[in-house]
Design a binder for this molecule. Structure first.
Ligand SMILES: [Zn+2]
Length: 347
């Protein structure tokens, strides 16, 4: 192992967490997972995160000494400079000094801890090691409870002027539409996220549409429309599920079209639980709707709209790459020949 050492990427999700040790070439050296159990409060979750990182380090044997940094992808907004989670609704966290607290709890507290947003880490992971390998420009649309996103342009994950770039789920798409988690109306997230699908299924069932979804939820002991329930309802040819999914794919198609007309990327990767589970079945209609709205119909095959390849590995791998970049250990540059007809930036 070179002096570049090893970094650990940790994806902190609302229900589970997943840590991966990654070498300088992006090779996975080992990974571990655990439940988040957010109900137990931030202290208990941070203790579990520290134990998870320690387990990954133990598996590395002698290489454990070479862990240079840890980066955590958090489901919410973070202040990278202070290492604070501003607000993570799925965890019920506000103003949690995560970087400092995690570092204090690690058995070997020397490595710095960085924070970033989980979806942005997944998008970076897909760009570097998944469907975006060898490209310069990639856009990620991640459909979970809400709709997240991220932009890699010229090989750089864009933060924007105020650090909030890539929030594609809050694109207004239907004036006077349903209320979004952010409080505004008609954003894509309010029309196409998992929570929106759950609401729509409930509304149709209330109106008397026949559906197996309530029965499947009851059997699974949940009140949530999980991606596994979506898959099972589709397998049972459930009309409500088919309609709600088709509407979701339509809205996501419009979103993708807007992004492609703005950025003209090489890849749009669709990720999140439903995309991981349904893959091309989920993405094909999104691609079809989007393509109709592409302003330029020239060389359509050069814009790939594809499902996630790395699935749940995307965020830990992206977080590991971000750790390297924050330490300035990463020297991978985007290929300069990505789009010959487009002038390369002079960096
Ligand atoms: Zn919104």
């Amino acid at each position: 192992m070179s002096g570049d050492g090893v970094v650990i990427g940790l994806d902190l999700g609302g229900t589970k967490m997943h840590a991966a040790a990654v070498d300088a070439a992006g090779g996975l050296l080992g990974s571990q997972r655990d439940k988040t159990l957010a109900d137990e409060g931030a202290d208990a979750v941070i203790a579990r995160m520290a134990a998870l990182v320690d387990r990954v380090r133990q598996d590395l044997g002698a290489l454990a000494e070479e862990v240079r940094a840890i980066c955590v992808g958090v489901p919410g907004g973070v202040d990278e400079r202070t290492g604070t989670v501003d607000h993570a609704p799925n965890l019920g966290w506000r103003n949690v000094r995560l970087a400092e607290q995690l570092r204090c709890r690690l058995s070997a507290p020397s490595a710095p801890v960085f924070l970033d947003n989980d979806v942005r880490m997944a998008v970076l992971g897909e760009w570097a090691y998944g469907v975006g390998r060898g490209t310069r420009d990639l856009v990620g649309v991640f459909v979970g409870t809400g709709v997240g996103g991220g932009l890699v342009l010229g090989g750089e994950l864009r933060a924007g002027t105020r650090g909030v770039a890539g929030e594609l789920g809050h694109t207004p798409i239907q004036p006077h539409g349903p209320r979004c988690s952010c409080g505004r109306r008609g954003h894509v997230e309010a029309l196409a996220g998992r929570a929106a699908m759950e609401r729509e299924v409930g509304r149709l069932v209330q109106r008397g549409w026949k559906s197996c979804v309530p029965k499947l939820m009851k059997k699974a002991g949940t009140t949530r429309l999980t991606s596994s329930i979506v898959e099972r309802a589709l397998a049972e040819e459930d009309g409500v599920m088919h309609k709600v999914l088709a509407d979701t794919q339509y809205y996501l198609g419009l979103l993708v079209a807007g992004v492609v007309n703005t950025i003209d990327p090489e890849v749009v990767v669709i990720g999140g639980g439903i995309a991981e589970r349904l893959g091309e079945t989920f993405v094909a209609p999104i691609r079809k709707h989007a393509t109709k709205h592409f302003l330029s119909q020239r060389e359509l095959d050069r814009v790939r709209v594809v499902p996630t390849e790395l699935k749940e590995q995307a965020a830990p791998l992206g977080a590991a790459l971000m750790a390297r970049r924050r330490l300035r250990l990463d020297t991978t540059a985007a290929p300069s020949q990505g789009t010959p007809s487009w002038p390369a930036p002079s960096d």
